[in-house]
Design a protein around this ligand. Structure first.
Ligand SMILES: NC(=O)c1ccc[n+]([C@@H]2O[C@H](COP(=O)([O-])OP(=O)(O)OC[C@H]3O[C@@H](n4cnc5c(N)ncnc54)[C@H](OP(=O)(O)O)[C@@H]3O)[C@@H](O)[C@H]2O)c1
Length: 267
């Protein structure tokens, strides 16, 4: 992938596993300088050592569950290499539970982690991007940010909210040469279902067949990097599959998709 990422400073949240981990390896191999964030420092250290140039990787552990505490992390991140070119908002958890059995706390928790943490970090980083007249926010949403199916209400709500917020931001900052790419992945083979919150916020703790059959994370990382380079607005990431068709249907024939949705219980 030519030298687009060479020497770019890229901050990735959710970098200890799955899509974020795969992005760290691929971006490091393309010459990027990385700031890697998530909660588990030993896992971040493992990812750092797996990167092509570990000396060009800084670790910044943080917990996205406490959005109000995140603002100060942005100054820390800028200090790592003296500036940031691309922010990849990627950390998060999913959900598997019916609305009727899901405690309100689960909804609040996912909103805080999958939505408000992104807003807080973005607001704190925005002045830096505006001052540089350059910057790129990359947001890992989901197909669930565009559609609704059973057992994903809290997750889908948080992901839909990301589209509203970042579509508005894109329109506000286009004149400042700041780009916004909202990724809408289908199933990607990662550990995400193990940590899926259920009716009472305990992790699901088991793999999901759909996720196991998803696109390998290293291939997702390649698709994501192409989308970043192109400055795509809302690329689908994943295999050509039912999720891609669902996205088309919601745009072209929303009534058809609404009739199919009740049958789409996650496996
Ligand atoms: N896999 C899919 O099929 C799929 C599809 C659509 C969208 N996505 C999205 O892709 C993103 C990455 O997920 P993944 O599939 O790569 O899953 P994953 O392997 O479980 O990775 C999730 C990452 O988020 C971090 N994280 C979780 N809770 C956190 C918290 N409270 N504070 C800070 N970091 C936290 C985890 O690190 P720590 O545990 O170290 O904190 C981990 O690095 C998520 O936003 C997810 O919604 C995934």
């Amino acid at each position: 992938m030519d030298n687009y990422f060479n020497n770019k400073v890229i901050w990735i949240t959710g970098a200890s596993s799955g899509i974020g981990e795969a992005l760290a390896y691929a971006m490091s191999a393309s010459g990027a300088k990385l700031i890697l964030s998530s909660r588990r420092l030993p896992e971040l250290e493992r990812v750092k050592q797996g990167c092509k140039v570990p000396e060009q990787v800084q670790l910044l552990p943080l917990d996205l569950s406490y959005a109000d505490l995140l603002e100060g992390m942005v100054a820390e991140a800028i200090k790592c290499f003296g500036g940031i070119d691309i922010m990849v908002h990627n950390g998060g958890v999913t959900q598997r539970s019916l609305v009727i059995e899901t405690e309100i706390e689960v909804h609040r928790r996912l909103m805080e982690l999958d939505y408000f943490s992104y807003v807080v970090l973005t607001r704190a980083l925005l002045p830096h991007f505006i001052a540089r007249k350059a910057g790129h926010f990359v947001i890992t949403s989901s197909v669930m940010g565009k559609i609704g199916t059973p057992m994903r209400s809290a997750y889908a709500a948080a992901k839909h909210a990301l589209h509203g917020f970042f579509d508005c931001l894109r329109a506000e900052v286009a004149a400042n040469n700041i780009k916004v790419t909202i990724l809408t992945p289908g199933y990607i083979r990662t550990n995400i279902s193990l940590y899926a919150v259920t009716n009472n916020a305990y992790g699901l703790g088991k793999p999901s067949e759909n996720i196991e059959n998803g696109l390998p994370a290293d291939r997702a990382a390649k698709q994501i990097m192409k989308a970043i380079k192109r400055g795509s607005f809302e690329p689908y990431i994943g295999k050509f599959s039912g999720e891609r068709i669902a996205l088309w249907l919601t745009r072209l024939a929303p009534g058809v998709f609404t009739r199919i949705a009740p049958k789409l219980i996650p496996k």
